[in-house]
Design a protein around this ligand. Structure first.
Ligand code: GAP
Length: 505
């Protein structure tokens, strides 16, 4: 059995064919960067949310939950800095009329240079064989050094111009390094403009009296403005956290790569309130906790990495991303930010209301500092799909199997009568009714048993229970394992205990 390599296109079409994800408004030719989750997708999504909620809220004494509204007072977005600073630098190519994010154009250019270095390394490795020393090669190869210097210089300038919002220099940088439009192949660029990513709408029935509102671009602000409500009613003592799962909306200029960058998406965010001066200790703590969470469901070391930020957001004094190796490269899956006391202080200033905490141990009041963990549910969903999607050669046929961690799988057990006669369906339905009280089950009698196994493999169902004539004689069934395809014969009476052992952490 050998695993074949996988690309994003296959995952997209598999998701559609097996009821995980459909393009939004498909019969109207779709709506860019919006997606609908089908019958199996919605279950996987719920299981990811449950896994997060259980480890971030239910299993901890120091974190409580919240569900704040999507519409909030527009002043909140002024105070948070989103009205003034939540912008992307936008540039158009005059020939192709295609629109790009200026920073992403430069990042693609840097990625290309990195691939060129990798090519040089591969060539040299082939030439020198076992004696090859990569570090030594990178230090001595003139060409590799050239690429590395360009990458360092370009990254530094880009970050500087982005922080200073010096878009004239940013455009000059694009021209100097010779970036061409991938569609027209020309360097005929417009000036760079600021583009605010928030969607706006209106509240009220009469247009004149309407108030401008924004669809929230992050769930975090709902937590900040409820800080005292939650702290007082749940009797929380600093350090403590508030967690929330909910929709967020961003008018992304370029929304590509399937559900990686959407205009409507879900976030799972937690703000952890700490004493001023203790934020770095807690930042390190949450980095470790969050990477543990990813590894616990089976993400391996080589698909995860930290990426520390140089270009910090307006509210942060430290930030790192947990990146996942998607088919299109390592990209941000989760952000961990030390947000200082920026948000609480800013809301205090804009409302003239105190958002302070009296620390009885210290005998003083202060505005807490905040460590935030923020993960995109849809990006986590995509990471699970990418990690799970497997093509294997089995006896010269390709078997497609979603090796979803059992705890997250939409269906845990499929109950399959071997034949559609001889009382086997009735017996199978009895077993279905019994098991379905404990696990999410599926019953299917159409098609040959081989075809049904393949379909369950493609859906990611970790176990199939097959009911045959022997079942009627001695009350035993076969239990088939999705990943190994092994089958064992076990008594129906032992099924629940056996499955429970395999389906819990
Ligand atoms: N409250 C902090 C915050 O919103 P962020 O890095 O902008 O920080 C947090 O977003 C997470 O939300 C990201 O790590 C990513 O997983 C997810 N996310 C952001 N924009 C997204 C988009 N357009 N589509 C899907 N997920 C997105």
């Amino acid at each position: 059995m050998s695993k074949l390599s996988v690309d994003l296109k296959k995952i997209i079409s598999h998701s559609k064919e097996y009821g995980y994800i459909f393009p939004s408004s498909e019969i109207y030719d779709g709506l860019s960067a919006c997606y609908d989750y089908g019958p199996f997708g919605v279950e996987l999504k719920r299981n990811i949310k449950d896994y997060w909620w259980r480890s971030m809220v239910k299993s901890r004494l120091d974190v409580v939950g919240l569900d704040s509204s999507i519409f909030m007072h527009p002043g909140i977005w002024k105070a948070s800095g989103h009205v003034d600073a939540f912008n992307d630098p936008l540039i158009d190519n005059k020939d192709s009329k295609k629109r790009y994010r200026a920073d992403q154009l430069i990042e693609s250019y840097i990625e290309k240079l990195n691939s060129k270095i990798e090519k040089e390394v591969k060539k040299a490795h082939k030439r020198f064989g076992d004696k090859f020393d990569k570090d030594q090669f990178l230090q001595t190869s003139v060409r590799a050094q050239d690429y590395l210097n360009t990458i360092t210089k370009t990254t530094k300038l880009m970050n500087q111009y982005l922080i200073e919002e010096d878009y004239g220099s940013l455009k000059k940088l694009i021209e100097e390094i010779g970036i061409v439009c991938p569609v027209s192949g020309t360097k005929n660029w417009t000036d760079i403009r600021k583009f605010n990513l928030m969607f706006s709408t209106k509240i009220g029935s009469v247009a004149d009296q309407a108030t401008d509102l924004y669809l929230r671009p992050e769930t975090a602000q709902g937590i900040f403005v409820n800080f005292l409500n939650v702290q007082k009613t749940a009797r929380m003592k600093v350090p403590f956290g508030i967690a929330q799962i909910g929709k967020a909306f961003r008018n992304e200029i370029i929304a590509r790569q399937f559900i990686f960058r959407m205009r409507e998406f879900e976030q799972m965010e937690m703000q952890f309130f700490v004493r001023p001066g203790e934020e770095m200790k807690w930042f390190d703590y949450w980095k470790k906790e969050r990477i543990k969470w990813h590894k616990k469901i089976g993400f391996s070391e080589n698909v995860l990495k930290f990426h520390d930020h140089e270009n910090l957001a307006h509210y942060a004094n430290a930030a790192t991303d947990i990146e996942f190796k998607y088919p299109f490269g390592f990209k941000e899956l989760e952000g961990i930010h030390s947000r200082t006391d920026f948000d609480l202080r800013s809301h205090e200033k804009h409302t003239n209301k105190k958002l302070q905490y009296f620390d009885s141990e210290l005998g003083e009041s202060y505005t807490p500092y905040v460590i935030e963990t923020s993960i995109g549910l849809d990006r986590m969903f995509l990471a699970v799909l990418c990690q799970s999607y497997t093509e294997e050669l089995v006896k010269e046929n390709t078997r497609i199997v979603l090796k979803i961690p059992p705890i997250l799988a939409p269906i845990k057990v499929a109950i399959l009568p071997l034949l559609k006669k001889d009382n086997l369906p009735e017996k199978s339905k009895d077993i279905y009714n019994k098991l379905n009280n404990f696990f999410s089950c599926y019953y299917e009698e159409k098609d040959s048993i081989g075809k049904r196994y393949r379909r369950q493999d493609a859906l990611g169902t970790p176990f199939c229970v097959t009911v045959d004539h022997e079942t009627l004689d001695n009350n035993s069934v076969t239990l088939r394992n999705r990943d190994t395809m092994d089958q064992v014969r076990i008594s129906i009476d032992d099924l629940i205990i056996q499955l429970n052992n395999k389906l819990s952490f």
